[in-house]
Design a protein around this ligand. Sequence first.
Ligand code: MLC
Ligand code: AMP
Length: 512
Amino acid sequence: MNNHNLFAALRAAFPTDSADLDTVAVETDSGLHYSWHDLERSTAMLANLLRSLHLPEGARIAVQVEKSVEAMLLYLATLRAGYVFVPLNTAYQHAEIEYFIGNAEPAVVVCASRNFGWVSKIAFKAGTQNVFTLDDDRSGSLLARAAHCSDQHEVAQRQADDLAAIIYTSGTTGRSKGAMLSHGNLLSNALVLKDYWGWQKDDVLIHALPIFHVHGLFVAIHGALLNGSKMIWLNKFDAHKVAENLPRATVFMGVPTLYVRLLAEPGLSADACRRMRLFISGSAPLLVDTFRQWQTRTGHTILERYGMSETIMLTSSPCRASQGFDRRGGTVGLALPGIKLRVQSDGGQPLPAGETGNIEVKGPNVFQGYWRMLEKTAEEFTLDGYFKTGDVGKLDADGYLTIVGRSKDLIISGGYNVYPAEIESWLNDMPGVAESAVVGVAHPDFGEVGVAVLVAKPGATLDATHIMAQLKSSLANFKIPKQCFVLDELPRNAMGKVQKNVLRERYKALFS
Ligand code: MLC
Ligand code: AMP
């Protein structure tokens, strides 16, 4: 029987003859080299460690560690052993981690050793039996234990619709949803991108994104591994280091903030990009200005693609000559092969080209539903099985999609999602706060950032700086509004609804 385990497909692309197995698969900016053989052996050892724990079928492995090659190996080993990977943003703090662990009920938690005290307390309270540590300098109990395990491991047998990962789409409280992705979802998307983006064995990817979200974890890693292509690995994005490595690379992936920061880097030039084949941008809107500046400076046209945690990649600008090469700034390209994408009115009617409406999608990449949220899952699908993305856009006559906004109240800041409702609920609970509103406004570096507006309770005086400091001690740092204002009242319409558009308009030039 065919094994649908995603790891089996990735490993099938590793070199087969023993000399090639010893070539470099991953090279880090600190000078470490990992061969294909290393990837094979170390994922086997980690998979054997997980297997030795006698975990139940479908067990979740929740991981909150700094980016490192070993963290990637843990992801691959989880697939290999047939368990479910749950990556968590390193910025998440106590309340956030408590929610995710409580919700996912992982059998194993892996955290940074500096967080072991508080994370293990949360985990053990939630019933987790195994808590390991892993640091970005290859230390910690996980690797120490795996070192005693065999380096021979047969890839676990999995069906296409067996779960491979749960990706949480937002912060704390009951609102945060775990998108369940199967081996089949991930592999189908990786295969489509392999072909569409024309990946080749001799491609070299600069991997500079975090690996706890779809972009860095799936699109980038699967892209390289499924093609036996080498990765130049940066644990943290650094514009200077990326520019330095460009002459040895062919593919780069980034959120728009990375492109903005690279444009400010003196080392970025057409000559540095001479071997580059593909610059890919996504996760947030890329300004046409950035798109044009990049063309002028490097001679390359950025390929934009659009996706989300629930669906992985949905659209892409054309890549190769046979696709027409026509990358149009301000659009996110065409629906990928095998993916149906439509724009519908609020009443659920298909809209003609040029008209703006709700983006809905269907395909083998679309997730299995939200973890333990049957009703929420049902609400997000149409009767004919399309997933409602919550994004608003329009298609042109050639099928190019432009995203014009979102029906969901969401801020995308430097590629991270921030839900105003989550921040507002924290603010509203603070002493002296009567009500609050958080809106997204344009920002030159992060694209968009949150601005908070507070109204004090009668007789109370609010200190905006103090309130932001309080918030920072509770929530991931990227969620903290970059400015906070205290007003006498929030603007409301005749129905009493807060007019966030009025606030967005008022503060739109705050960071320009
Ligand atoms: C950092 N900060 C941010 C921020 N990142 N503020 C708002 N938005 C962000 N994204 C703030 C911190 O709070 C901190 O503030 C200060 O900046 C320095 O923190 P840092 O961690 O040192 O920042 P830096 O390393 O410069 O990180 C910036 C970044 C990072 C752009 C490199 O945010 C990043 O890697 N973004 C990529 C996100 C990503 O991969 N998204 C893909 C999601 S998948 P203070 O006040 O504490 O000093 C997805 C689906 C799809 O969306 O389609 O791909
Ligand atoms: P996430 O839930 O983190 O996966 O974020 C997915 C959201 O990011 C999508 O629903 C879009 O709103 C946004 N997004 C992803 N790619 C793009 C893009 N290329 N341009 C604009 N928005 C994007």
